[in-house]
Ligand binder design. Sequence first.
Ligand SMILES: NC(=O)c1ccc[n+]([C@@H]2O[C@H](COP(=O)([O-])OP(=O)(O)OC[C@H]3O[C@@H](n4cnc5c(N)ncnc54)[C@H](OP(=O)(O)O)[C@@H]3O)[C@@H](O)[C@H]2O)c1
Length: 320
Amino acid sequence: MWLFLIIWTLVALFSIKIFNKLSTGKCYADTVMSGKVVVVTGASGGIGFETALELARRGAKLIIACRSHEKGEKAVRRIIRRANNKRVRFIHLDLTSLSSVRKFVHELETSEAKLDVLINNAGAICTTREKTEDGILKDLQINYLGPFLLTVLLIPMLKKAAPSRVVVVSSSWHKFGTTEDLNSEKYGYIQSYANSKLCNVIFSKELARRLEGTGVDVNSLNPGQVNTSLYRSSTVLEKIRSLLLYAFFKTPAEGAQTSVYLAVSCECDQISGKYFEDCQEVRASYKADDEESAAKLWAVSQELVRLTPDEIGKCFGEVS
Ligand SMILES: NC(=O)c1ccc[n+]([C@@H]2O[C@H](COP(=O)([O-])OP(=O)(O)OC[C@H]3O[C@@H](n4cnc5c(N)ncnc54)[C@H](OP(=O)(O)O)[C@@H]3O)[C@@H](O)[C@H]2O)c1
């Protein structure tokens, strides 16, 4: 009886794994990225590492933006070896510090003339309600406000490379998010993560509107449920994750497919302000379509990251 049950469980899990593998979207584009400058944030592991590896395999000049020097340099060595591409390097970026974001942009500007693709992949779930040195909730800053500042400051370099692309890694959890009273500690960490992921989608749509006609396209995506260290930062989620079997999760390489697709595929030429899953455009939450709340979020974000009139003028050619 027990043997029968074990065999059936194994067969069921194996079937689920096969079904998941077959239904996972894959990037079939054979685009070569030689001559293209690409930045991937949070490429020390998980989805970001696999995204960076795939872009290096396609010949891109790759910049890995990570908070840990040790992990960043290790990822560079692994990618150079596996992709057989020596144009891979590390620049330090800690999204919990707005001055680190500004320093990263300065370093990139002094070493590269343009930027073809920016992949905002780095993200975290923060179980403790800490604020950063900038007075912002840590998860909100890592997942949204740090990438907001980074992207806005890199617009001049993206414009120089046009047609160029910005890819923002969000999550299906954005559907449970809200943008009300964003920087408040009243939210639990799961709600706070959902809020930051909703901000990702709203921001990419709003930025797409602001960059219309410049040749810089901006899209966001949900990578799906991926077996990475993201869940290890949360005790509750870790328990759930270990209960859910490996069969239900994508591998990091599978989770990277939609990011790679949005970065390289010619099917995405001139597509901007959209939301993707499994290499296909899908509808994001209705909350991401409200242009009034998008404008409000933009104003709040601009204030929280203390964008100066000079910086705004440099990025959008206007002082607002
Ligand atoms: N895994 C999933 O099922 C899933 C589902 C939906 C969305 N996502 C999204 O996918 C993205 C990648 O996540 P993942 O699953 O690959 O998780 P991961 O393996 O934990 O990778 C997250 C990356 O972000 C980096 N990071 C964290 N804090 C940072 C900071 N302060 N400054 C700069 N980089 C920082 C991490 O660096 P360290 O190595 O130094 O920690 C790591 O490289 C995230 O945006 C996440 O929200 C994941």
